[in-house]
Design a binder for this molecule. Structure first.
Ligand code: AMP
Length: 294
């Protein structure tokens, strides 16, 4: 495994792999502080591709001024050791200056899809995400790029960007990895103490309650949203930021649930830590561990 810090080196490695022909590149972009959720993407990339590249880059452009860019957990040594165990070929860990050199002036925005939900709660967030993912896709030029359903809106926004700008990469989205408690794995869980970690299970509990009501035939989004709100209200350490039900592909707000899969997504504060989670209601396409459609 080689750790690459410079985009020039990463680009020349990718160019070489493509020139040799017949070898596919699988790419997993991350911000590090790796957990089993990230590693499930790495495993899928390993199973499907000849060469696996994982980027570790805490992207300042996707953090708001009041957010946790400075304190975001960073441990490249530990991450690299884990990735080595998972037989990753290249870790791309550039500096901020290498990605955004002086004079950097080009940003990528996916209009519409970036505006609601996380985009509304975190202005500029998706502009930062799409800009860095566009850059990384140009640097690594992967055949397949792997993302987690944990960040459902992000996956939808990136799919749209890849389609619109004709990136020569296929986006693969894999299921949310959870702790036994149901808590969605997240690097930001590192901020939680034991009591908060137990309180944080209320996100998935509340979504599961809405999903159970849906499975029992409830089709009124307002009642499903109420199920989430009332469950979160039982947890004194939790404060709901938003909960929303949207079409799982277009993110259109839904007044009524029909046949199409719906995304129920939420954000909540546990203390100062903001966590997100989501589940799909209705017949979403299942994906197996390699990302292939079942
Ligand atoms: P991050 O390091 O948070 O930017 O995440 C890097 C990638 O890992 C993104 O595609 C995330 O959606 C994905 N990811 C993060 N947490 C999970 C999880 N619990 N399960 C599956 N994928 C995840």
């Amino acid at each position: 495994m080689e750790i690459i810090n410079l985009r020039q080196r990463m680009m020349s490695v990718a160019r070489q792999i493509h020139r040799e022909g017949n070898r596919t590149i699988g790419f997993v972009p991350t911000m590090g502080a790796l957990h089993a959720g990230h590693l499930s993407l790495v495993q899928a990339a390993r199973a499907r591709c000849d060469v696996v590249v994982v980027s570790v880059f805490v992207n300042p452009a996707q953090f708001g001024p009041q957010e946790d860019f400075a304190s975001y957990p960073r441990d490249l040594m530990h991450d690299s050791a884990l990735l080595d165990e998972f037989t990753v070929d290249y870790v791309f860990a550039p500096t901020v200056e290498d990605i955004y050199p002086k004079g950097f002036a080009t940003y990528v925005t996916v209009e519409g899809l970036s505006d609601g939900l996380e985009g509304a709660a975190r202005p500029g967030h998706f502009r930062g995400v799409t800009t860095v993912v566009a850059l990384l896709l140009n640097i690594v030029r992967p055949d397949f790029a792997f993302f987690g359903q944990k960040d459902a809106q992000q996956a939808i926004v990136i799919r749209q960007m890849v389609r619109d700008l004709a990136f020569d990469s296929e986006v693969v989205v894999l299921p949310t990895a959870r702790a036994q408690s149901g808590l969605a794995l997240s690097s930001r869980n590192d901020y939680l103490d034991d009591e908060q970690r137990s309180a944080a299970t209320v996100l998935y509990r509340s979504l599961s309650r809405a999903a159970a009501e849906y499975d029992n035939g409830e089709r009124n989004p307002a009642r499903l949203i109420e199920a989430v709100k009332s469950t979160v209200a039982t947890e004194p350490l939790a404060r709901l930021d938003y909960v929303s039900i949207n079409d799982a592909e277009t993110l259109d707000q839904l007044d009524e649930l029909g046949d199409r899969p719906a995304l129920i997504s939420m954000a909540a504060f546990i203390g100062k830590t903001r966590l997100i989670d989501n589940v799909i209601l209705g017949k979403a396409q299942k994906q197996d561990a390699s990302g292939a459609k079942a």
